[in-house]
Design a protein around this ligand. Structure first.
Ligand SMILES: Cc1ncc(COP(=O)(O)O)c(C=O)c1O
Length: 301
């Protein structure tokens, strides 16, 4: 399975847990899967034909789906969208999760909406739907028992109480998104002209979920200084996932036998990237403080 080199560790963990092999694809300045490297990797060949391409809409930002879907179609490989961090994000007028063959969402506690724990799979493909239902319910598809249980499943059902919380959260999704998008717009308008600060690319600005603000500095060393200085100013930023790519995570490195560096461009981007998580609780005053602190730190650090 082709996966972007940068994501939360679960994106590659699940591939390995299935006994499959992740093939890491570079990210671009959007911090999501680079369609150009995807095309290159598929042209070069990945050993056996990949079963799927997993696209991650990371940090609330949709990956550039048009060129990704085009390459996928040419090679007849289905696309799975990991929308764990991007519930409600749009790409060219369409909600993410409905662009590929199947989309997954997470409702774990620090996601756009939460049920405490839990997730969802969406698909328009009846066979994939049936399989997903069975895999999460011990091979059973309630109300559709005639076929018996054709596959081994697990007990991965969401609890009713969590589901009730999620239903209430779903009703708040539009409001949550509009507040986060407003916060992000406020910051972006004030951070465009800062020397040494390069905002990461958003392939479709209109659809951005507003979950985060990310920017690059010119070197990994400067990024480390900027992160430290902003934290000293009381602005909680970080190099997300420790500035590591998926294959640099110790657990994945121990089973991934491909020679490194696999994705040097992604390694450079991730080491230079500063991540600020946005929430609905940011007040106007907080946002002004963020702008002031970033301007100060970018002059001094
Ligand atoms: C990009 C990404 N994929 C997958 C997951 C896994 O979601 P869950 O913890 O709900 O299984 C997460 C959770 O943090 C994530 O951020």
């Amino acid at each position: 399975m082709l996966v972007p080199a940068f994501s939360y560790v679960a994106t590659a963990d699940v591939v390995l847990a299935l006994g499959a092999r992740p093939v890491f694809v570079e990210i671009d300045e959007s911090m999501t899967l680079d369609p150009v490297d995807l095309r290159r990797k598929l042209a070069e060949g990945t050993g056996t034909k990949p079963k799927a391409i997993c696209v991650v809409h990371l940090f609330g930002v949709a990956a550039d789906m048009d060129p990704i879907l085009k390459v996928a179609r040419e090679h007849e490989i289905p696309v799975i969208e990991d929308c764990a961090q991007s519930c409600g994000t749009m790409y060219r007028g369409q909600t993410v999760g409905r662009l590929g063959a199947l989309g997954i969402f997470s409702f774990q506690l620090n996601k756009v909406i939460t049920a405490g724990e839990g997730g969802a799979i969406v698909t328009d493909d009846a066979a994939l739907y049936d399989r997903a239902v069975r895999l999460h319910d011990h091979g059973n598809h309630r109300g559709n028992e005639a076929a018996g249980s054709p596959c081994i499943g697990e007990g991965l059902r969401i609890g009713e109480l969590n589901a009730a919380v999620l239903l209430a959260q779903l009703g708040r999704l539009d409001d949550i998104l509009s507040r986060m998008r407003g916060a992000k717009r406020f910051l972006l308008e004030r951070l465009v002209d800062i020397p040494g600060l390069q905002l990461t690319r958003v392939p479709d600005d209109e659809g951005d979920g507003g979950v985060s603000l990310t920017f690059l500095t010119e070197s990994p060393e400067r990024t480390l200084r900027v992160v430290e200085a902003l934290n000293a100013e009381g602005i909680r930023v970080q190099r997300q996932y420790g500035g590591r790519l998926l294959y640099m995570q110790p657990a994945i490195r121990s089973v991934n036998l491909q020679p490194e560096p696999l994705c040097p461009r992604s390694a450079d981007l991730v080491a230079r990237c500063v991540f600020l998580g946005l929430t609905t609780t940011f007040t106007r005053r907080d946002l002004h403080d963020v702008v002031t602190a970033i301007r100060k730190v970018m002059r001094q650090a």
